[in-house]
Design a protein around this ligand. Structure first.
Ligand code: PXP
Length: 248
């Protein structure tokens, strides 16, 4: 069964644009759950540009599905996660000037540090996923540091799909999809959970959802964008239907 984790950061982005109290990401989480979200994802950034500490506290108290906290592997964030105890943490690289997460985590380049971080989070009962590029070296490093899951960065695939006539059969889209499939097979072979996400939308999601063994997709921008027109509950329901149809 494939699950959908809904990233609601953009709801907070809209709120912060006016430095006010609406729209509330806590309301968004409730709507997403009513639409069938299997997890709620928020990225608490060092600069608190969208999600703020108050949000994660209220979400922790109210979300009834899995809460997935995306964060950088900094001491500050590890302290917050250990106190908050989300069901899952996804470790991501964080650049101050990036618009959104720009690439996967370089696990191979910081194995010792990440092994300590993963152990610290495990000790507090938190399931740890690492956001990595579709690169076998990074998957092997994720297994080495004892992550329980890898989320494969689907941005290059989404970009190739869009730039190649929005045609899934185009060479570039197929090549990127093939890399995700190979990374997914390596993740499963090493006993980790195969998740994927970033830049997935209503037009490109199905080939990823149909990959063997993929367990969870994390999607934010496309769902919140569609919600402007159809409402969040409907936008989540439509995405989940597409995913489940493809996975069948
Ligand atoms: N997965 C990770 C690790 C991310 O950082 C993000 C963006 O915050 C997403 C998934 C969702 O990406 P998008 O908003 O493009 O759907």
């Amino acid at each position: 069964m494939i699950d959908l984790g809904v990233n609601i950061d953009h709801v907070a982005t809209l709120r912060q644009a006016r430095r006010t109290y609406e729209p509330d990401p806590v309301w968004a989480a409730a709507e997403a759950q009513l639409g069938g979200a299997d997890a709620i994802t928020v990225h608490l950034r060092e600069d608190r540009r969208h999600i703020v500490d108050r949000d994660v506290q209220l979400l922790r108290a109210s979300v009834q599905v899995k809460l997935n906290l995306e964060m950088a592997a900094t001491d500050e964030m590890i302290g917050i996660a250990c106190q908050l105890k989300p069901e899952m943490v996804t470790l991501v690289p964080e650049g101050r000037h990036e618009v959104t997460t720009a690439g996967g985590l370089d696990v191979a380049g910081q194995k010792d540090r990440l092994m300590t971080v993963v152990r610290r989070l495990h000790d507090d009962g938190i399931y740890v996923s690492l956001f990595v590029d579709a690169d076998l070296k990074q998957v092997a490093a994720a297994a080495h540091v004892k992550a329980q899951a890898c989320e494969i960065h689907t941005g290059p695939y989404a970009h190739a799909f869009y730039e190649s006539g929005r045609d899934i059969e185009s060479g570039p889209a197929q090549a990127e999809l093939g890399k995700i499939a190979s990374a997914g097979a390596a993740i499963i072979e090493r006993g980790m959970r195969f998740n994927a996400g970033h830049a997935l939308n209503y037009h490109n999601v199905q080939p990823v959802a149909a990959l063997p063994g993929v367990r969870e997709l994390h999607i934010g921008h496309a769902i919140v964008s569609r919600a402007v027109f159809v409402g969040l509950r409907t936008a989540v329901r439509e995405m989940k239907l597409l995913m489940r149809e493809a996975a069948r």
